[in-house]
Design a protein around this ligand. Structure first.
Ligand code: GAL
Length: 959
């Protein structure tokens, strides 16, 4: 009976093995962002790196990952974090940090802050046996190493490239599996803030053995005669040993889920452990084209079936549009000339660093669009995939940039991954294979490398052109790709280049680099603040925003201009260096508040009538002095009035601005814009009173209760009449209640050293020097009182006859088994600064175990899910003993000590520096708080309190 039951079970599991496992759920893509354990390791001291690399053979033998890489490692007390996570943004500013990277305490001088360990366990059901399972990282900064269940899987040096590991062979099916990632941000890749950690999403993808591999589709569209031909290149991977025959179906769906076109190919075949490529064509009658105003997307649903059963379903979002770069007419989208009104951007934002929630990608693109930006260059590295999803959805054109020029296998692999990943995005209009490669951009090697990289890109994507951004033209890299990217007009003779290379399209891939601080109108160099009037940032090298744009407007052949930059970013603190911590090149500050130059662009880049005055009109002490007043507008005339009295009506030169010199007197300035004599817009700046209220305003009233959605909240102070006080610098304290958490605060001040993202910080002191003593005669009840126990626990006990449990003894020399033993370790006195506290995390080795610190019994409670004791500083000495008195386990000490793991810690001391409170000072009237759903539904409340003012609250409906 029992036997037949077992046989039946065996047959069942065999069946499960043979069945295409995808039959029930062909493909799963599981987000793994939630609930990682995180701790700082150390860049060169293995002891402070949790002993990683100390175990013999740790890298020589498969499955020998040691320290935190070992599956049995105890990460009790490690911080819980959700991804995306950037630990650099949590660190303090420090003059010894790299000013190009924003002077965070990270890099060579801070080995204790530069390595981060991430650990996570996942359950893999037994029913997954037979499926292919892969871990996919969208990106980690940088030099990351991944282990699964103690097995080293590989290393990714790039902080920007997505990477993937097939972990099918390493998993415990029906068990718990441990994923470990060590990220080392000691070294830099760029010359700007780059963050640190797993700052993009992580996914677990499960498929049947026969499946569409990652990025396995390429959808090419051509439009002619009112129809679109959709050509789909498909790769199918067969990970089974035997060859497979299969059927492919492609279906094009509109956003309502209706099928618009359909094709099917049966009888396709892939060899065992091989990939088969196929190509199919579909026709879309009357395609709705993807454009800036109507970014319409279609879905291609690809279905693979085997023996009549669906084994995989793979979705590809795409758009139908035509793009061209013309050497005479510039950029053309769907047959229409469009000037690229672009900005360059790095990927960090105030508060959160590089760990942007997806919602912030959308928010940033919308902010750029608000002043007319239609194009985005991902300077100088592959973006996160969600940025391109947002660009597809919102209608933003993208130059997708690779990080470094070269043809080594590592660099080529990164370039190929970029193109394969991004080639279905309608927003991507151009591949950039390099930026200002100074060692070679003027040399034949530059031309050669650009050509080689161009060829690699073309092989993977013949539909788009390539470009290189360059600071010297006429030679080198500028000749190697399709489209020349001029960085900064003033350093090129663009007309001479155009005459010499009449068949080469061009963009101004960088222009501007103007240096302005949002809300500042008089330089204050001690505070690293530079006035916000548009002017050249580097005379002789770069142009003002207005000059740059006019030059582009004057040349039909110039496709457009990409301003350096859209947003201020951390690092690259030109011209100050420390104590400045962020750049000032942006059209907005790091939080996204528009600077005046953004209003210049809005005037000429947006169709809506507008008029803008700078500066503000609060200048106490400057009464009677002339103030340089400028007005931006897309009217053809503007009149300026001071306190109702006209200061004149002036014609607005195209793509330019107007100026008045106005003697300051408290009161109001009003600008009225006209078009053909008709009033189209007006605006006022008025002298305000002192701050009377705090004001909060969010970009949304409602959030999804999904643990990811965010709201971006502006913080201002207003005077008694409700007017925003422009130069206010009030300190504001924030608190949240309900299902909300704050994830970052900022104010856009390039000189502010206030915390962006206060976080709890832990340092770990290992317990070491373990010794054991077998206890004769003691029983469970009397053990702690027994004389030999009391003397064994004494802080200064003589340990000479104690045994080192790590030392292997032949069976005949093993001590006789006793009912009880004492296990004693030690740790140095934790140096506690004010506000810090020390916590002892103990291992629970046996039920009935007692814990003593310096001979005093302590009672562990549960902290972060593990037994731990708060250490009373009065109890501590320079050397401290921790002793466990416990019943001897059945297999003795040897069984407790996992020799194969190399080290066993049996506990550690955690020193915690609590997170600073959430607070920020306004900078010139503005600060920003980003709040996020915690995952539960309800009403969330954000409270903002500034000393001396009544607090403000904001409620969000989270559901
Ligand atoms: C360019 C460079 C950018 C940025 C900019 C600052 O040369 O490509 O990354 O450094 O200068 O002006």
């Amino acid at each position: 009976m029992w036997h037949s039951f077992k046989r039946a079970l065996l047959a069942l599991s065999l069946l499960a093995w043979l069945l295409p496992a995808g039959a029930q759920a062909p493909r799963e893509r599981i987000n793994l962002d939630r609930d990682w354990r995180f701790a700082h390791g150390h860049a060169h001291d293995a002891r402070q790196d949790f002993g990683h690399g100390l175990r013999a053979f740790f890298f020589a033998k498969a499955g020998y990952g040691d320290g935190p890489a070992a599956p049995g490692f105890k990460d009790a007390g490690w911080r819980r974090v959700d991804l995306p996570h950037d630990w650099a943004v949590e660190l303090p500013f420090d003059a010894r940090g790299d000013t190009n990277h924003g002077s965070k305490a990270i890099g060579r001088a801070f080995p204790e802050n530069s390595v981060g360990w991430y650990r996570k366990t996942i359950e893999i059901p037994a029913s997954d046996r037979g499926r292919r399972i892969a871990l996919e990282f969208d990106g980690a900064y940088r030099d990351s190493v991944v282990w699964v269940n103690g097995h080293y899987l590989g290393r990714e040096p790039s902080g920007y490239s997505g990477f993937r590991h097939d972990i099918t062979d390493y998993l415990d099916y029906g068990g718990t599996n441990t994923i470990v990632v060590r990220v080392d941000a000691t070294m830099e890749e760029g010359w700007f803030y780059e963050g640190a950690g797993i700052y993009r999403h992580v996914w677990l993808t499960k498929t049947a053995p026969l499946h569409v591999p990652q990025w396995g589709t390429f959808v090419k569209t051509t439009v002619a005669g009112g129809r679109a031909a959709i050509e789909v290149d498909l790769s199918v991977r067969n990970d089974a040993r035997q060859a497979a025959r299969f059927t492919v179906e492609h279906r094009i769906l509109d956003p309502d889920g209706r099928t618009l076109a359909h094709t099917r190919a049966a009888g396709l075949a892939a060899g065992g452990a091989a990939t088969a490529d196929s190509r199919q064509r579909l026709i879309l009658a009357k395609p709705r084209l993807w454009s800036l105003d109507d970014p319409h997307l279609y879905l291609l649903r690809t279905t693979l079936s085997q023996n009549g059963r669906v084994v995989d379903t793979y979705d590809t979002r795409f758009g139908v549009r035509t793009v061209a770069f013309d050497p005479d007419r510039g950029f053309i989208l769907n047959g229409k000339r469009i000037k690229l009104q672009g900005t360059n951007n790095h990927q960090d934002h105030a508060g959160v660093g590089v760990a942007l929630p997806d919602g912030l990608q959308d928010w940033r693109l919308k902010q750029l669009k608000s002043f007319g930006v239609n194009a985005y260059r991902t300077a100088h590295h592959p973006p996160t995939p969600e940025l391109l999803d947002a660009a597809d959805r919102l209608g933003m054109l993208v130059i997708d940039e690779h990080r470094m020029m070269g043809t080594s296998p590592e660099i080529v692999s990164q370039l190929e991954r970029l193109v394969r990943r991004d080639r279905n995005h309608p927003s991507v209009i151009l591949w950039s294979v390099g930026n200002e490669e100074w060692a070679l951009e003027g040399k034949p090697l530059g031309t050669h490398l650009a050509r080689e990289m161009h060829a690699i890109v073309k092989r993977l994507d013949p539909t788009r052109r390539t470009s290189v951004a360059t600071s010297s033209s006429g030679r080198g890299t500028s000749l190697g790709a399709d489209v020349i990217g001029f960085n900064y007009g003033a350093q090129h003779d663009v007309d001479a280049f155009h005459r010499a290379h009449p068949d080469k399209p061009a963009t101004m891939s960088e222009e501007g680099s103007t240096l302005t601080t949002r809300g500042i109108y008089l330089d204050d160099r001690a505070r690293v603040h530079l006035n916000a009037y548009d002017r050249q940032g580097r005379p002789g090298n770069s142009l003002s925003i207005e000059e740059g744009w006019r030059r582009v407007q004057e040349r039909d052949w110039m496709s457009g201009m990409f301003i350096w930059t859209g947003f201020d970013y951390r690092g690259e603190t030109t011209p100050f260096g420390w104590p400045a911590i962020s750049s000032q090149f942006g059209m907005t500050d790091t939080t996204g508040v528009l600077k005046d130059t953004a209003y210049y662009l809005k005037a000429w880049w947006r169709p809506e009538p507008m008029v803008h005055i700078l500066p503000h009109w609060n200048w106490p002490g400057r009464e009677g002095q002339p103030v340089d007043v400028r007005v931006y507008s897309n009217g053809d005339e503007v009149e300026l009035l001071q306190d109702g009295r006209s200061l004149g009506r002036q014609p607005m030169p195209r793509d330019s601005h107007l100026r008045w010199s106005v003697p300051y007197a408290p009161g109001r300035l009003e600008a009225v814009a006209y078009r053909r004599g008709v009033r189209i817009a007006d605006t006022v700046v008025a002298t305000t009173g002192t701050p009377a209220t705090v004001h909060l305003s969010a970009d949304t009233e409602r959030l999804a209760a999904d643990g990811r959605a965010i709201a971006v909240v502006w913080v201002n102070v207003r005077d008694r009449e409700g007017r925003l006080v422009p130069a206010a610098s009030n300190r504001v304290d924030f608190a949240v209640s309900g299902p909300l958490r704050i994830i970052g605060v900022g104010n856009g001040d390039p000189g502010s050293h206030e915390a962006d993202r206060p976080a709890e910080r832990h340092a770990f002191i290992p317990l070491s020097g373990w010794r054991t003593l077998a206890l004769d005669g003691a029983d469970a009840a009397s053990a702690p009182a027994a004389p030999d126990v009391v003397s064994a626990l004494a802080p200064d006990a003589d340990l000479a006859r104690w045994r080192d449990p790590a030392q292997w003894l032949p069976p005949e020399r093993q001590p006789a088994r006793t009912p009880y033993l004492v296990l004693r370790g030690q740790f140095d006195r934790p140096r506690l600064a004010a506000g810090q506290r020390a916590m002892l995390f103990v291992d629970q080795l046996e039920p009935g175990q007692q814990v003593h610190v310096n001979g005093v019994p302590v009672k562990p409670g549960i902290v972060d899910g593990s037994p731990a004791v708060l250490l009373d500083p009065a109890l501590l000495r320079d050397r401290n003993s921790v002793a466990y008195v416990l019943p001897t386990p059945p297999d003795g000490v040897a069984g407790m000590f996992d020799r194969s793991a190399g080290t066993s810690r049996w506990g550690s001391v955690r020193v915690t520096t609590p997170a600073a409170p959430w607070r920020r000072s306004l900078f010139n009237g503005w600060a920003q708080v980003i709040v996020q759903s915690t995952g539960e539904p309800g009403t969330g409340t954000l409270t903002a309190a500034a000393p001396g003012l009544p607090p403000a609250t904001l409620q969000l409906d989270v559901r």
